[in-house]
Design a protein around this ligand. Structure first.
Ligand SMILES: [Mg+2]
Ligand SMILES: [Zn+2]
Length: 217
């Protein structure tokens, strides 16, 4: 039996990721800033209806590595993930589990010249920061599924999400939300060589996966 494993990014894909909401969890009023994006619940419900499917939330949280946000610990970042997971569940849509990467790499550090970083969380190759595959492998392990027995999708708002899919011969689905400097260039490169699809909402992404599952069945 082949499984459909869908990994979904958190910020900018499941919930709003605006400048104001950056580093969710760094303040104590973070819960009021969590807002699901349109069609997220419908999209996940449709994915839940795909036979032998599992859904995992995978999120880079390099803000945890920044010393300037003492409240944003690994535990806090997990709490935020759990909260998003619970909101979605309360609306009748199921995410199986979630994984986060609390590390910052040198490329990230360069984008924050005024921030002080926790050296213990700075890694050039932690193995879990997307587009590395650590969180996807965690999802597969939790699922009890070997990569060769899975059709893998990674959905997100960044080129790194799409690249994560491609790094495991999966399909990347981009739902553009807010482009960072340099994003457009990275995406153009991916478009030319990749199994990458662009959707406007998570529901559209779910419909695309449905159509794939039907044609391969
Ligand atoms: Mg994102
Ligand atoms: Zn990591």
């Amino acid at each position: 039996m082949r499984k459909t494993i869908i990994c979904i990014d958190r910020d900018g894909t499941l919930i709003h990721d605006t400048r104001d909401h950056l580093f969710l969890g760094r303040n104590n009023d973070w819960k009021s800033k969590v807002k699901l994006l349109p069609f997220v619940v419908d999209g996940i419900k449709l994915m839940n209806a795909i036979p032998y499917s599992s859904i995992y939330m995978i999120t880079n949280q390099p803000g945890v590595a920044i010393n300037d946000y003492p409240l944003l610990t690994v535990d806090r970042a997990r709490e935020v993930c759990r909260y998003v997971f619970d909101i979605i569940k309360s609306k009748g849509a199921v995410i199986n589990d979630f994984f986060l990467c609390p590390h910052a790499d040198f490329e990230y550090i360069k984008t924050k010249p005024n921030a002080a970083f926790n050296k213990n969380l700075v890694h050039e190759n932690c193995g879990c920061l997307k587009p590395s595959l650590g969180m996807v492998f965690n999802a597969l392990k939790t699922d009890g599924t070997m990569p060769e027995n899975a059709d893998l999708y990674v959905i997100g708002d960044r080129s790194s999400d799409v690249q994560t899919a491609l790094n495991i011969n999966g399909t990347g689905i981009l739902i553009p939300f807010k482009n960072e400097p340099g994003e457009e260039e990275k995406l153009t490169k991916l478009e030319n060589q990749a199994d990458m699809h662009i959707s406007s909402t998570l529901l559209e992404a779910a419909k695309f996966i449905h159509s794939r599952v039907k044609t391969s069945a």
